[in-house]
Design a protein. Structure first.
Length: 181
């Protein structure tokens, strides 16, 4: 369930990050997952209050958030290459199905905690759907992509800029951090 009006402004760093119930180091809560899209709601010094797509909010060290462009990449103009979003959606569905099966086995008593961790180790999925817009985490390429239903464009990457020669047909991408590109 996505909170109405949710639009990611930042992404959690690739190593994940601790979170707090309030801007108070003594009030720790569940850590945020790596590369989770969040919306910055408020800043208090180095503290940042963020909203997640499911409506959950927390306080984090705002200096560590990875900023994403305010607007998704323009997809209306001609592009040299138009990736089809369906294969990435299929991979996301498969990962979710594998996770769901492991949860069912754990809940049904067929798995213990260690076996559950073993079955889910390495699974990673990231999907935010907002009407016609979708943000998907591409685990094979280590990047978030934005889609309008017909094509995908890179939104943020785990790595720095890639030369265009490495991936013909795509403009170089880069991660924007609080310190700049």
């Amino acid at each position: 369930m996505t909170t109405p009006g949710f639009r990611p402004t930042h992404v959690v760093p690739q190593q994940g990050m601790p979170a707090w119930e309030a801007p108070d180091p003594a009030r720790t809560t569940v850590a945020l997952d790596p590369l989770l899209p969040v919306q910055l709601v408020e800043r208090r010094g180095d503290w940042a209050h963020v909203l997640c797509a499911n409506g959950w909010s927390a306080w984090v060290d705002g200096r560590l958030l990875v900023a994403v462009p305010q607007d998704p990449p323009a997809t209306g103009g001609p592009q040299a290459r138009t990736p089809d979003p369906r294969p990435l959606l299929a991979r996301a569905e498969q990962s979710l199905a594998r996770y769901r099966a492991a949860v069912e086995d754990l809940a049904g008593g067929g798995l213990d905690g260690e076996s559950f961790r073993g079955r889910t180790r390495g699974l990673r999925i990231g999907v935010v759907v907002d009407g016609e817009s979708v943000w998907l985490y591409d685990t094979e390429q280590g990047r978030w992509v934005y889609g309008d239903g017909a094509r995908l464009s890179t939104y943020a990457t785990d790595d720095g800029p890639r030369p265009a020669a490495v991936d013909p047909g795509h403009a170089p991408t880069q991660v924007v951090t609080p310190d700049g590109p």
